[in-house]
Design a protein around this ligand. Structure first.
Ligand code: SAM
Length: 282
């Protein structure tokens, strides 16, 4: 009976107005339905308030992230100024800085470290690996001097952040990660964030990616004992590679490798750095 009366209440506009059942249904309203009728607008208002609150908090969080990115970019600028004598420049390329101000770094760090995402420092990403310091990501991106037609190889996908920054600037990024789970997570993340210009692969980056070579630029984000010869081979004539070189307790240096249009290779040590090692069976 209860259930039937409530059903009458739900259809009151269609059946209540002129039908002989009006009195009965009105009684039904007062008996069982009135509370529901009064509750409906209240529920609608509550739902609207909840939607508004969620929308506002999303907008506020996005604003906070954008603000935090601006601060991070200022810190990168300060870092560049402080190291200008080593890196040979006072400022980095505008488009590189724009990419740094665009890529949502908080999406590339573990959720429990999100509040630190825009600090100018490396952070752990699991499996004993790190997402590089924003200053270093910006510097390495600037050093290889890419443009929108370029195809770039990255060794050491990690979180996918460096690949995303490169993807803001070039035609396509190929990136290789040796740790299977890390590579799979980065691949999912990059797809979810719409970085369709990045192709990922699990493997030993020491050997490069022959299939898509030669590359306009190569960015290696793990420290090698020596510059891997396959990577030099896969660099285009006129191309540039940036790679941290050094092993164990020895100081590592960020090295710029240039292959000139005649195929002559030159290297230049830029500044001391600290990267996780390039691993693998090579
Ligand atoms: N570029 C990454 C990012 O933006 O998050 C950070 C890279 S982390 C400093 C170095 C990465 O290189 C690690 O994820 C590590 O597993 C990977 N790696 C080390 N040796 C490698 C190899 N031989 N081939 C491919 N990746 C390697």
């Amino acid at each position: 009976m209860h259930e039937r009366l409530l059903r009458v209440n739900m259809t009151r506009v269609r059946f209540c107005k002129n039908c002989p059942m009006r009195r009965r249904t009105t009684q039904a309203h007062s008996k069982f339905g009135l509370r529901a009728v009064m509750l409906r607008p209240a529920l609608m208002i509550a739902r609207a308030i909840l939607t508004l609150t969620l929308t506002l908090s999303t907008i506020c969080a996005a604003d906070d992230d954008a603000e935090a990115r601006k601060t991070m970019v200022m810190e990168i600028r300060a870092g560049v100024g402080a190291t200008s004598s080593e890196i040979g420049k006072e400022t980095l390329n505008k488009q590189v800085m724009h990419a740094m101000a665009t890529v949502p770094r908080h999406e590339f760090v573990p959720s429990h470290l999100r509040e630190y995402a825009y600090l100018n420092r490396p952070l752990p990403i699991g499996y004993g690996q790190t997402i590089s310091q924003p200053y270093i990501v910006a510097l390495m991106t600037d050093i290889v001097d890419v443009n929108s037609d370029d195809v770039v190889l990255e060794i050491g996908t990690g979180s996918g952040y460096q690949a995303a920054v490169l993807a803001e600037l070039v035609k396509h990024v190929y990136t290789i990660e040796i740790i299977k789970d890390l590579g799979a997570q980065a691949s999912d993340r990059l797809k979810r964030l719409g970085y369709n210009k990045v192709t990922t692969r699990i493997g030993d980056g020491y050997y490069g990616w022959e299939q898509y070579a030669p590359f306009d630029a190569i960015v290696v984000t793990a420290a090698a004992g020596q510059i891997p010869p396959p990577l030099i081979e896969q660099l285009k004539l006129g191309g540039k590679m940036v790679i941290p070189v050094g092993t164990g307790f020895a100081t590592q240096y960020l090295v710029l490798v240039k292959k000139d249009p005649d195929g002559k290779v030159s290297t230049k040590e830029l500044l001391p750095v600290r990267f996780v090692p390039l691993t693998g069976g090579h």
